[in-house]
Design a protein around this ligand. Structure first.
Ligand SMILES: [Zn+2]
Length: 415
């Protein structure tokens, strides 16, 4: 693996330097010659690429090929300002499709499986990424796209879907939606495998989904800047995500200093794409926090694994000086029986920052002080801050029908 990576690294660094003015400028400023990057040990000399580089060069300033060689353009949804545009040549699309085929295969998806792909088709790379992977693998794909829950459930039953792909929050939503529509999720449906990603989720959410549908739920990782989904996936061991390191050379760094941290320690994931043609990315800072570790996996794959993404550094809430990840809150709530699957985090400021949680419960538990206390205590044990808990009736919080759940409402005045 190291030999493959080194030979690809030498090539891509020279290619990026020759063809992308940003890289030429960065290398020249740092007085680094591309030829001096020879081994994996030299990687740390390569300057980082960050998300704002993509924004600043909107739309196509980072292209390494003439625009008429592009087969596809994606634009990620930007919450602020311009989106990020990512470009693919034909070879890039073929490579992505093969990686996605490998990704699906790692969870046990095979030819003959019927994949109901509930990721949105369109500019979100999740939809077509899974679609291309299914084609590469020779499995059957149902391009259901996101939303229209009644139809999703009908298709699932009538077409005898065996594999589902969507955001974890949508699958959690389907637990209650399938009940409400009169389906028995285990006997009416034939689901074996679920592949969930595009937002952080917890072990407890996995348990709930697996128990409700009788399937095996796998975590998938990717981002549109790096082709889309399929950077990493859990194998059947469900113990960490293998990263396809023959394409995505992976490091973890200390997000404040930029220094590389050793395997086994948490840090920000940084990826170097080893063969991308249209838009090479060297040492791209993902802003996702995780841990890279090198222990062999019992499945036999030699690709290193990363732990579940703890959260995007952008998602981290700072509440009165304390760092809180929404995934930590989910972890606590999913461990308490009798709670619904829906919750909302509300951050406000009255003299001090305040953290509030709304959680859905059955109507007869709305005034259950013991339950409220249990939630407060469990959250305090994990977050070390006091949380105001409000119990609300089932069905009153907003659902994720289209994509990522809107779990956090920050009411603090913007400075
Ligand atoms: Zn494995």
């Amino acid at each position: 693996m190291a030999r493959i990576q080194e030979s690809k690294l030498r090539k891509i660094v020279r290619y990026a330097y020759r063809n992308v003015s940003l890289y030429r400028k960065r290398f020249d400023e740092a007085h680094i010659k591309p030829e001096s990057i020879r081994s994996l040990d030299d990687l740390a000399k390569v300057p980082f690429t960050v998300k704002t580089d993509l924004r600043d060069n909107y739309p196509l300033g980072l292209l390494a090929v003439p625009a008429n060689r592009l087969y596809c353009l994606y634009a990620s949804s930007g919450t602020t300002g311009k989106p990020i545009v990512v470009a693919y040549t034909r070879r890039d699309l073929d490579r992505w499709a093969r990686l996605m085929g490998r990704t699906l295969d790692a969870t046990g998806v095979r030819k003959g499986d019927i994949i109901q792909n509930m990721y949105g088709y369109g500019l979100f790379t999740g939809g077509l990424g899974i679609h291309y992977g299914a084609r590469a693998l020779g499995a059957t794909v149902v391009p259901a796209s996101s939303g229209n829950t009644k139809r999703q459930l009908m298709l699932m039953k009538d077409l005898q879907t065996t594999v589902v792909t969507c955001t974890p929050s949508y699958m959690v939503y389907l637990i209650e939606a399938s009940k409400a529509e009169g389906y028995d999720a285990k006997t009416d449906l034939t689901l074996k495998i679920g592949i969930f990603g595009a937002e952080p989720w917890s072990e407890e959410a996995r348990k709930r989904i697996q128990d409700a549908f009788g399937l095996r739920a796998y975590d998938i990782f990717g981002m549109s800047e790096l082709y889309g989904p399929g950077v990493g996936i859990e194998c059947e061991q469900q113990d960490g995500l293998h990263v396809w390191e023959d394409e995505f050379l992976t490091e973890t760094i200390n997000p404040s200093t930029g220094e590389v941290v050793e395997p086994g320690k948490e840090g920000e994931l940084v990826f170097t794409m080893l063969s991308r043609e249209a838009m090479p990315l060297l040492r791209y800072r993902s802003r996702d926090l995780s841990t890279l570790y090198e222990e062999e996996c019992t499945c036999g794959r030699y690709h290193n694994r990363i732990k579940r993404i703890k959260g995007r550094s952008d998602d981290m809430l700072i509440i009165g000086g304390v760092n809180v990840f929404p995934s930590q809150v989910e972890h606590v709530l999913m461990n308490i029986r009798d709670l619904g699957d829906q919750y909302q985090i509300i951050v406000s400021h009255k003299e001090l920052d305040r953290l509030g949680i709304k959680v859905e419960v059955p109507a007869n538990r709305l005034n259950d002080v013991n339950l409220m206390k249990r939630i407060r205590d469990d959250l305090f044990a994990v977050l070390s801050i006091h949380v105001e808990v409000e119990l609300v009736e089932w069905g009153t919080l907003p659902r994720s029908e289209v994509g990522k759940a809107l779990r956090v409402v920050d009411l603090r005045p913007k400075e």
